[in-house]
Design a protein. Structure first.
Length: 452
């Protein structure tokens, strides 16, 4: 039977089985598994591990836990440049068959490719106790020597990026759609906003850059730090220029399937060249990979924001936020994925904000679709509900907001680490107080260069 016929047979077998036994993960026959194994091994023998991975990955939800399948999935993931995904499949194999030397060798190699040298060393040392043949002992010794050299060279990894772009914003100051409104507390007196507070459109140029550093202290323990700066300069209304600096640092525990992070954050924001506010807080997260294509992150943040301008000092808040996010790869290409999050929070108003404290609830859903190998489409939609706890003295009601957001864009990646993005970002805030109703559309083109 030819190779093309074998691959076609594999897909036909599993399509038929999925229709007949859609919910049973144990219905694969030994003959079907042998057919699948033969097709994937042929691809790897032809030095086509990526094709082998694409053949195996769509079946993971159904076949995860089948030793032969997990081994081939992990091996194809490793040889196609996906070591993190390989570790998840190979760990499943070793739970069932801890003496499976081939799976342990592949897991050790995967840890090595990830830069997780301590884990790699542990696995290679275990292999030594299996009394491997001379050729395998030589490979193991070469890896152990390479680990020693790399650990001596550096335990620190640095990444960064720079981005520049242009755009047009229909409402740079989030001004309300109307310039005149009535104030109930003043017998419905008509008030006209100053031009500075009315909806204002402008074109802009923007720059952004960032750097992240991670330093490994020991197995599964590292320090991290991030720094990001951005600047948006308007063409005409320079009093609404925006810039900011944000930083975070902390400790990360674990690797592979589970990673815990806890640290601090700080930042400051400027408008028109004058500092608007500064913030200081702590954050924590737990990232868990359920399999090679699904990740969940539980996160929380406590943040204090204080305004520097005298006219806005009462807007200070202490915010607590908790949430859950997820990412699901649709296939093994890395271009097609679904993502989303939900969160809830509370803002305390220590300086008697006009509308008082605020409870909020929100979420986002999005997707990315690969149109070609280098071009992808992405979109996201979000909503945030905010209810304030103090009656507004001017409008004689408790403020309630509903913020809706939508983003659509195209990303072209001609070479690794270089991306050109065009994006439309729409937001609309509906409020029961007219002063806080607004909508805006931001259209931008950005070139981003990454460094690692």
């Amino acid at each position: 039977m030819g190779r093309t016929a074998i691959r076609l047979l594999v897909f036909l077998v599993f399509i038929c089985n999925a229709l007949i036994f859609p919910a049973d993960a144990e219905t694969i026959s030994d003959a079907d598994m042998k057919t699948l194994s033969r097709a994937s091994r042929l691809l790897m023998q032809e030095h086509k591990p990526d094709e082998a991975y694409r053949l195996l990955a769509p079946l993971e939800e159904r076949l995860a836990g089948e030793r032969r399948y997990d081994y081939l999935l992990g091996l194809s993931a490793l040889d196609s440049g996906r070591p993190e995904l390989a570790t998840i499949a190979l760990e499943r194999v070793l739970v069932i068959a801890p003496e499976f030397a081939g799976a342990r060798m592949a897991l050790a190699r995967a840890y090595f490719d990830m830069g997780s040298y301590e884990n790699a060393r542990i696995e290679f040392e275990k292999l030594r106790h299996y009394h491997p043949p001379p050729q395998a002992r030589t490979v193991i010794q070469h890896y152990l020597a390479a680990i020693e050299l790399r650990e001596k060279a550096s335990r620190t990894h640095v990444k960064g990026y720079l981005a520049i772009g242009i755009g047009h914003d229909s409402n740079v100051n989030n001004g309300p759609g109307t310039a005149t409104f009535s104030v109930p507390a003043l017998n419905d007196l008509k008030v006209t906003l100053s031009p500075t507070n009315q909806k204002t459109a402008d074109t802009y140029g923007h720059m952004e850059g960032g750097v992240s550093v991670e330093h490994q202290l020991s197995k599964g323990l590292s320090l991290y730090a991030n720094l990001n700066a951005h600047q948006r300069t308007l063409s005409r209304h320079r009093n609404f220029d925006r810039s900011g600096l944000n930083s975070s640092a902390g400790i990360a525990i674990g690797n592979g399937r589970d990673i815990f992070r806890i640290g601090g954050l700080a930042g400051q924001s400027y408008v028109g060249g004058t500092r608007l506010y500064h913030n200081l807080g702590v954050n924590a997260s737990w990232q868990h990979a359920t399999d090679t294509r699904h990740r969940w992150t539980l996160f929380g943040q406590a943040n204090s924001i204080r305004y520097n301008q005298l006219s806005m000092i009462n807007n200070a808040i202490d915010q607590l936020l908790v949430g859950l996010s997820t990412t699901a790869a649709i296939d093994s290409s890395g271009q097609n994925a679904l993502f989303g999050n939900i969160y809830s929070g509370y803002q305390r108003a220590p300086h008697l904000r006009a509308d008082g404290a605020k409870s909020l609830l929100g979420g986002n859903l999005g997707a990315q679709v690969g149109l070609t190998e280098k071009l992808s489409f992405y979109n996201s939609f979000g909503v945030q509900l905010g209810d304030y706890k103090k009656k507004n003295a001017a409008f004689l009601k408790y403020r309630s907001d509903q913020l809706y957001t939508a983003v659509v864009g195209l990303a072209w990646v001609p070479v690794r680490n270089l991306a050109l993005r065009t994006e439309i970002d729409y937001s609309r805030n509906d409020s029961n107080i007219v002063l806080y109703r607004y909508h805006r559309t931001d259209i931008s083109l950005t070139l981003r260069q990454g460094f690692d």
